[in-house]
Ligand binder design. Structure first.
Ligand code: ASP
Length: 609
């Protein structure tokens, strides 16, 4: 080894010892004849002091040392003088008096300083990711990720799970997201698909009798990217036999809590996760991913307006819509600009508009006059109506009531968006909290307008709730599934389900999804066949590891916890992938490509972030 110790390991107990260290120049201060260097390696940083007079042979190379040069030094550990200690560094009580120094490599001036926590454009960071990863933020995120993954492996190992790798080259499936395809050289015109998840393999492993499987696994989905989506991402995937939903949920809850206890510093969380049905989540929060760190729950106020003179509301109710809304405590002080922005947000979510009502003053609403009300609908609403509304809504003077009149699908979307925006505008979000919740009883199917057919809400291997099986033929929209999602602070962290494990039940679902017996046999025959050989009842879950790590690390964007992420247009800025390949490579895999026009071939990096 070129080193006897890691830079970050040296303590007062080493004083008097001779050590050999190697690492990068993190920072350099030249005090004429004496150079102080913070030497950094994977273990941390330490101050080394080089007096050029004590190393006359190396004077020239010492003078040339710059940030990020790679050095090997030999020297003695000394206690730092009182007043020159650095409490911010674990090695701050000591320094190394250098006797020998060797420059192992030089460095160009990096494109951004490694030793400062400054904002750098994303494209530069991703282009020089190997340098970005030298910075404290990324180093600690990568270490945290490693520890979290190790913790998960140990936790599951102790509970008799085994990690089994499943194929990356698989079969394209008709349901789900778009596949990444890999052409076969040996089988012309045939393609493998990269796994969107190891769903089918893990179910087959249950048929094989392993009973408890897990895998930390890369998955691939060719979807439009967002801050929380990457074309390749990591899942904690697990599956268990002879379980029902509560067994899977309980194990995962214990796992998450054990992780938080170890790594989620500065956070508080609920020690047992509540369960909420999909129907309740949609009714109270307008979304199946509710952020429970704040209230602002949605309520139904249709009864107040059923016979209202305000025709926008009463006729909407007559047409089957509902008047739903939220109360924003203290929202009476919000300026017109904020109120207008709620309307914009609701419109973007598909609503025709919103009605807002500010109730001014303080105290109970019982003695309000029309002068206390500020609302674009004030002249259409009676005072009695407003008082009745405020009483049902538990609103007091000083509050704002926001109402939307439309079909549930639209009011849910609009009020969810407005709720989140109002919480952030009024600073109601406690960023130190992690509020977990299980969402259960999802609809098994959702209607796909584009394709005019049902599609599986979770995936097509999810079992229906027994008591709802009676609706499978008559009204699929009524069938609830045995799926569950774990949601935290408004983000879906993971999801899974109890599965179908009989051929007939699986075929029935495939038929409902418009897949013929013939197609089912071609695409899912292996699953249907396996279910005929004593498939045990089973269920499982997968968590998004990138999101989980980001949450614990306090990062908003999952790219901050991925060593080499892709840009929003799925480009790897380090290597430039994807890229064209040679004619030979293409002909090996029996592919000819259409000529690309100039516009497509020249990429504008600034648009890719
Ligand atoms: N395979 C599913 C997914 O990736 C998770 C599961 O059902 O276990 O979402």
């Amino acid at each position: 080894m070129l080193k006897s110790h890691g830079c970050g390991e040296i303590r007062l107990s080493h004083v008097g010892q001779k050590v050999q260290l190697a690492g990068w120049v993190h920072r350099r201060r030249d005090h004429g004849g004496v150079i102080f260097i913070d030497l950094r390696d994977a273990s941390g940083r330490v101050q080394v002091v080089i007096r050029s007079e004590s190393i006359p042979d190396a004077t020239k190379s010492i003078a040339n040392i710059r940030d990020e040069y790679v050095l090997m030094v030999i020297g003695e550990v000394h206690e730092r003088l009182e007043g020159s200690r650095n409490d911010d560094l674990p090695t701050g009580d000591i320094e190394i008096k250098v006797e020998e120094v060797e420059v192992l490599n030089s460095s160009k001036t990096p494109p951004f300083p490694i030793n400062q926590d400054i904002t750098i454009t994303e494209s530069t960071r991703l282009h020089y990711r190997y340098l970005d990863l030298r910075r404290d933020r990324m180093t600690s995120n990568m270490r945290l990720r490693h520890k979290i993954i190790k913790h998960i492996r140990d936790f599951l190992d102790e509970r008799d799970f085994i990690e089994i790798e499943t194929p990356v080259l698989g079969l394209a499936t008709p349901e789900g997201a778009r596949d990444y395809l890999v052409p076969s050289r040996i089988h012309p015109s045939s393609f493998y698909a990269l796994p969107q998840s190891p769903q089918q393999w893990k179910q087959l492993l249950m048929v094989s009798g392993f009973e408890r499987y897990f895998q930390i696994v890369k998955c691939y989905r060719d979807e439009d990217l967002r801050a929380d989506r990457q074309p390749e991402f990591t899942q904690l995937d697990l599956e268990m036999s002879f379980v029902n939903e509560s067994d899977v949920m309980q194990l995962n809850e214990e796992l998450i809590i054990s992780l938080l206890e170890k790594y989620a510093f500065g956070y508080e969380w609920n020690t047992s996760f509540p369960q909420m049905t999909y129907a309740t989540a949609m009714e109270k929060y307008g979304t199946d991913r509710p952020d429970l760190r704040y209230g602002l729950e949605i309520n139904d106020y249709s009864d107040v307006f059923r016979n209202s003179e305000f025709k926008v509301f009463s006729s909407a109710i007559g047409n089957g819509a509902r008047i739903r809304g939220i109360v924003v405590p203290g929202g009476a002080t919000l300026a017109r600009k904020s109120l207008d922005s709620f309307i914009d947000i609701a419109r973007q979510a598909g609503a025709a508009g919103l009605v807002w009502i500010q109730i001014n003053g303080s105290g109970s609403v019982d003695d309000i006059s029309i002068d206390d009300i500020k609302s674009p609908a004030a002249k259409f609403l009676s005072l009695e109506e407003i008082i009745q509304l405020a009483n049902i809504a538990n609103a007091v003077r000083g509050d704002l009531i926001i109402l939307a009149a439309d079909m549930d699908l639209i009011t849910s979307r609009a009020l969810d968006a407005v709720r989140r925006d109002a919480a952030s505008k009024l600073e109601l979000i406690n960023s130190n909290r992690l509020d977990f919740v299980w969402i259960t009883e999802f609809p098994l199917f959702e209607w796909d307008e584009g394709e005019s057919r049902w599609s599986a809400t979770h995936h097509l291997f999810t079992a229906p709730i027994d008591e709802d099986k009676k609706y499978l033929d008559s009204d699929p929209s009524q069938v609830r599934s045995r799926a569950y999602d774990v949601v935290c602070n408004g983000q879906e962290i993971g999801g899974g389900s109890v599965r179908i494990h009989s051929r007939d039940d699986q075929l029935q679902i495939l038929h409902l999804l418009g897949i013929s017996t013939e197609d089912a046999q071609e695409k899912f025959g292996h699953m249907l066949d396996a279910f005929e050989f004593g498939a045990p009842p089973h269920g499982g879950i997968a968590w998004g590891m990138d999101r989980t790590v980001a949450l614990i690390a306090g990062e908003q964007d999952i790219r901050e916890v991925i060593a080499f992420p892709k840009t929003k247009s799925a480009v790897d800025l380090v290597t430039g992938a994807p890229a064209m390949v040679s004619e030979d490579q293409l002909s090996d895999v029996h592919i000819s490509v259409k000529p690309t026009d100039e516009v497509n071939s020249s990429r504008d990096i600034s648009e890719e972030i």
